[in-house]
Design a protein around this ligand. Sequence first.
Ligand SMILES: Nc1ncnc2c1ncn2[C@@H]1O[C@H](COP(=O)(O)OP(=O)(O)OP(=O)(O)O)[C@@H](O)[C@H]1O
Ligand SMILES: [Mg+2]
Length: 197
Amino acid sequence: MSYSNKYIVFEGIDACGKSTQAKLFCEFLKEQSMDVYFTKEPGGTDETKIIRDILLNKHLTPKASLFLFLADRAIHSELIKDKLKKSFVVSDRSMFSTIAYQGFGDGLDLDFIEYANSFATGSMLPNLTIILDITLETMNRRLKNKDVMESKGEDFFKRVKDGYRYVADKYENVYILNGEKHIDEIFQEVIEIWKSL
Ligand SMILES: Nc1ncnc2c1ncn2[C@@H]1O[C@H](COP(=O)(O)OP(=O)(O)OP(=O)(O)O)[C@@H](O)[C@H]1O
Ligand SMILES: [Mg+2]
């Protein structure tokens, strides 16, 4: 592995364990005296907090949501590039969420989404992406508030899971891990992958 800073992303459906594993991974890097900047999409910058607020609280059409996610990403990507000059960047979600949720879940034009993702990020891709895969039953159990499942429906999340498989097949350095395992076991797998890069 080269010594330049890396951009690492945690992905997957709601409650799959992204925040849990991202936090552990940040701690792991910090223990090795590495500078780490943790961020998230949407709403990872001061300017985009308002976009996150709209996306989470207003009922927008899928198309309108897509453009807000992309605007968020255009701003966030600049921050990531700046942070990468000095730090490792660990992000909770990325452009891959838009492929899975808006592309596969909502059925919006995939070619357009992939082009727009690339346009928004200036073709920046994560150096490592970990997708945590859980069943919809586990998602339901872990979500204390079932609004997400009830509003979107089971078929939506099945398509989102298909979307993540598409991402793993198409893009480099993307790994799907079984998010049903114990937190520590998953974390060990993440570290093994990290060391193998
Ligand atoms: N491997 C695991 N086994 C059992 N429970 C887990 C595991 N990973 C995370 N959890 C628990 O599941 C819940 C959701 O985890 P977490 O918040 O990390 O997921 P998330 O993907 O960030 O969710 P969200 O999409 O809502 O942000 C938390 O209560 C967490 O403690
Ligand atoms: Mg989270």
